[in-house]
Design a protein around this ligand. Structure first.
Ligand code: SF4
Ligand code: SF4
Ligand code: SF4
Length: 773
């Protein structure tokens, strides 16, 4: 990282008055006064010694900043400040701002911009007085007497003045022009966080003083981008980062995250968050020997305790504390490296080869039975309990990681690339949506469920994506952004009853290694050696389950037991006000819903009383796939498959529009998630409760034991039980989605009538397709 950092400390100043400006860099934000040319030149005064036991000191003229940005609040503070500084009556000044706002800096700028700046300008720290034994009134009087007439006393935090000293302050406030001519006496500039509730009742002084109110950051969301750029550069310069000037701020996604936060600690809190993020990035850059990124991503930004994880903690139970054995298991070798190595990789190789070489007929191929009747329904059933856990022992990535290790061993001199995050953030989701759409069409048109070799090709296709991604980029770029199965897993994981999160307070107070995210060697007391989160997320930063595969790498790496696996309400991610609702994810949701309709095209064509030619075409198209460009049945089937995939999304959008809804369609569309998930389950119940139970005879026939097959046990539910289960899924899915819609929309039932109607129509059609047709 030698190339990334170099020693060149500089002061950074935003809106600084400026003698300092010659020694500082400016943030250069629009609306940022540092770029204005009207900043007066301040003389460099001889350094003044601290006096009166540290209560009085010279005003530090460096590192002073005002408010960055161009919001009306920032502009108002600037004009108030200039007016107060140039006030010919030299009224005293009161600067009010919540804790964390730069009110002291604003007060200093008033001092340093006023005509008195050439005189005696000193700061009196009121907060220091109460801890001392001497009578506070005498202390304050002495402190003010130190300042020569014609100077300025900047009294910081006057709300902390002991009551016994208030009469001194009152007297001094009365001593203002016209009681003495301008330029004489001592002008007072006060700062406070509480103007109303002090005995002095500063707010009642509004006629005697000029008041400047410094707004908190939460009302200045428009200024966040400018503030962020400024603080980042300031932190980079303070950290001796050589390319500090190339830091452009944060990515759009990160900015959205910051904007959604309420910033109770105002500017000071933002500064801390950004400093911590930069330390994070510097650590990674040092470890990997690369330059800092020009934009910080949302993964390294943790807006404090009210941030993305500000959920009601009382409604969560940490399962790792409740069941220490679970914690032990997650920290063991078997989870998941050992399992991948000894079980998943060999088993996957056997399935893929078996699908190619075994008999291709469905009834005679146990691997086809495993793939379609066990594997897919099994994954679907896992979501509500453990979210995306499937991805932590996924065979596709088992080979992707193997390929990555091999590649690093063979070509250690060629490092893996960093992820092009911006491009992937924008396009990754749509890529996986498109790939999933192609796969679903392929599955329907080529009747993949009945073709063992084609099913194997499907597995190899996804494995190829995982391997290529791992050969080129660090960690699991394929899983984070591009894998269609991963997209589906991430979507359904939002319904899960469990979540993995880290305690932000512990992370920010105790951790300096961030091994959970970056990886690194073992750290006392109990952090294990780790490669860091494979999906490049920080567990303290997770807003939902989408990007966590429960691989437990962070549980192993964390030295402070900060990582928790919480039990929570289902669908909690979606109910959060900060839920990151995206258009691509909603499109994927409706695509998956459409897949259920797509798999029932023959029944649908009967329901819709389509001409017999079309119904026949659908059933025959699979035989004409060798001639796809000229085959009419194939064309009909393609059209119907595409229409079915699009159907639920189009209907839901039409219902939303018909209602003339005020709500946000993308956000409210997540209410279809329970219905979509249960519809998929209902579809696979036919296989899971039926064909799955005949795996033993299928295995026997596959290996040539045809005579043995009929004597082997078969466990198949009766059609009535399957029908009942399917019906139950549709009804429960519909009711859950209706309730979720009402909660997300936060409007009366009457106002969401059209959307409810759309849901009920889709459910009724599903019922008909699954149970009646
Ligand atoms: S995202 Fe895809 S490749 Fe990655 S682990 Fe999940 S299913 Fe496997
Ligand atoms: S290693 Fe543990 S304490 Fe440190 S940042 Fe990660 S989760 Fe927090
Ligand atoms: S947050 Fe932890 S469990 Fe989740 S993917 Fe990252 S390392 Fe694995």
């Amino acid at each position: 990282m030698a190339g990334a950092r170099a020693v060149h400390r500089r002061r950074v100043c935003c809106c600084a008055p400026s003698s300092a400006s010659k020694r500082t860099t400016s943030s250069g934000e629009s609306g940022d006064e540092s770029s204005s040319t009207d900043a007066p030149a301040f003389p460099r005064l001889p350094p003044q010694k601290k006096t009166r036991g540290g209560i009085v000191s010279a005003v530090n003229r460096e590192n002073i900043r005002g408010l960055c940005g161009s919001s009306r609040f920032a502009q108002r503070v600037r004009s108030d400040r200039r007016r107060a500084a140039a006030d010919p009556q030299e009224k005293h000044v009161l600067v009010i701002g919540e804790p964390g706002t730069p009110k002291l800096d604003v007060a200093k700028m008033v001092c340093l911009e006023s005509p008195r700046r050439k005189g005696d300008v000193r700061i009196v720290r009121c907060g220091k007085m109460k801890s001392r034994r001497r009578d506070a009134a005498t202390q304050l009087a002495d402190a003010l007497d130190v300042i020569c007439p014609g100077g300025i006393a900047l009294l910081s935090d006057v709300h902390e003045l002991p009551d016994s000293a208030l009469h001194v302050l009152r007297d001094r406030l009365d001593d203002s022009p016209p009681r003495h001519p301008p330029g004489e006496g001592v002008r007072l500039v006060l700062t406070t966080s509480r103007a109303m509730d002090t005995n002095l009742n500063l707010s009642s002084l509004s006629t005697a003083v000029t008041t400047i109110k410094v707004p908190p950051l939460r009302v200045r969301a428009k200024d966040l981008a400018a503030e962020t750029r400024f603080f980042l550069r300031q932190a980079a310069v303070a950290s001796d980062v050589s390319n500090a000037q190339t830091l452009k701020g944060v990515t759009p996604a990160a900015l959205r995250l910051l904007e959604a936060y309420t910033w109770p600690g105002s500017d000071a809190e933002l500064q801390n968050v950004l400093q911590r993020a930069l330390v994070h990035e510097i650590g990674i850059a040092e470890r990997d020997g690369v330059s800092l990124p020009t934009m910080l991503s949302e993964d390294v930004l943790w807006p404090g305790s009210e941030g993305p994880q500000s959920r009601d903690k009382r409604l969560r139970t940490d399962l790792l504390r409740l069941w220490p054995l679970l914690r032990q298991a997650m920290r063991s070798e078997l989870w998941m490296d050992g399992f991948m190595q000894y079980v998943v990789r060999p088993a996957f190789a056997v399935v893929v080869i078996g699908l190619f070489v075994a008999p291709q007929a469905r009834a005679d191929n146990a691997f086809l039975n495993v793939f379609w009747a066990w594997w897919w329904p099994g994954i679907l059933l896992l979501y509500p309990f453990v979210g995306r856990l499937w991805c932590s022992f996924c065979p596709f990535m088992a080979y992707g990681e193997l390929a990555q290790r091999f590649r690093l061993k063979m070509l250690p001199q060629v490092p893996l690339m960093n992820w092009p995050r911006d491009a992937l953030d924008k396009g990754g989701g749509w890529f996986l949506f498109a790939l999933f759409a192609v796969i679903l069409e392929w599955e329907e048109l080529w009747a993949l469920e009945d073709h063992a070799a084609l099913s194997s090709w499907l597995l190899l296709l996804i494995t190829a994506g995982a391997v290529i991604g791992s050969l080129l980029y660090k960690k699991r770029v394929w899983c984070r952004y591009l894998c269609p199965i991963g997209g589906m897993n991430g979507l359904y994981a939002k319904l899960a009853l469990t979540e993995l999160r880290a305690e932000q307070g512990v992370c920010s107070a105790e951790c300096s290694t961030y091994g959970c995210y970056k990886g690194g060697p073992a750290v006392e007391p109990e952090g294990m050696e780790s490669e860091g989160c494979p999906l490049g997320v920080h567990p303290a930063q997770l807003q939902d389950n989408r990007n966590c595969v429960l691989c437990a790498e962070c549980v192993k790496a964390c030295p402070h037991k900060s990582v928790k696996v919480n039990f929570r309400f289902t669908a909690d991610d979606i109910l959060q006000p900060m839920h990151n609702a995206t258009a691509y994810e909603v499109s994927l949701l409706f695509l998956l819903f459409g897949a259920v309709f797509c798999h029932h095209i023959p029944e649908a064509s009967t329901l819709l009383q389509m001409p017999e030619a079309i119904t026949t075409a659908v059933t025959k198209s699979a035989q004409s796939v060798g001639n796809i460009f000229t085959s009419r049945p194939f064309a009909w089937h393609t059209g119907l498959a595409t229409a079915s995939l699009a159907y639920p999304g189009v209907l839901a959008l039409a219902a939303h529009r018909a209602a003339g809804s005020r709500g946000n369609f993308v956000r409210e569309a997540y209410s279809y998630l329970p219905l979509c998930w249960l519809a998929s389950i209902a579809h696979y119940l036919d296989l899971g409760m039926g064909e799955a139970g005949s795996i033993l005879p299928a295995a026997a026939r596959m290996v040539g034991l045809v005579d043995l097959a009929p004597r082997l046990p078969v466990l198949v539910a009766s059609p009535e039980v399957i029908d009942f289960s399917q019906g139950l899924c549709v009804v429960v899915g519909c009711l859950s989605s209706l309730v979720l819609l009402r909660v997300l929309a936060r409007r009366p039932w009457l106002e969401i009538g059209w959307q409810c109607g759309g849901m009920i129509v889709l459910s009724a059609q599903l019922w008909w397709l699954l149970l009646v047709a």
